[in-house]
Every structure is written in structure tokens, then in C-alpha cells.
Design a protein around this ligand. Structure first.
Ligand SMILES: [Zn+2]
Length: 58
């Protein structure tokens, strides 16, 4: 799975809306810092949902 930076600890999963011609949704794991700065996010219009990883593993 895609991740903001290899050395960063992922805290959130960003799920992007599928674009035309794409079968699956793009998903990115981002750390707290990249989440705050919205680094690697791209356009907010493209984001379908943001899921904290703590909720997934809990
Ligand atoms: Zn990061």
C-alpha cells in the first residue's frame, strides 16, 4: 500500500474517489504530520474518506 514516507508512522488512511477508468480506489497511508500539513493529499475533491488507523486495528 502507498505511504507518505517510509520512515513515517502511518496514522490515517486516505481513500480517494475512483477516477474514470479505474477499478479500485487509491489508498494512501499518512502519518500525523503529513495529515496535518495535507502533504501528499492532492485535491480534497478527490478524497472519499479519511479513516484513523486506530479505528481499523481496534
Ligand atoms: Zn508522513
Amino acid at each position: 500500500m502507498n505511504q507518505c514516507e517510509d520512515r513515517h508512522e502511518p496514522k490515517y488512511k486516505i481513500i480517494y474517489k475512483p477516477t474514470i477508468g479505474q477499478i479500485y480506489c487509491h489508498e494512501w497511508l499518512v502519518c500525523e504530520q503529513c495529515y496535518e500539513t495535507k502533504f501528499h493529499f492532492g485535491s480534497e475533491d478527490m478524497i472519499k474518506s479519511i479513516v484513523p488507523l486506530s479505528k481499523i486495528s481496534a
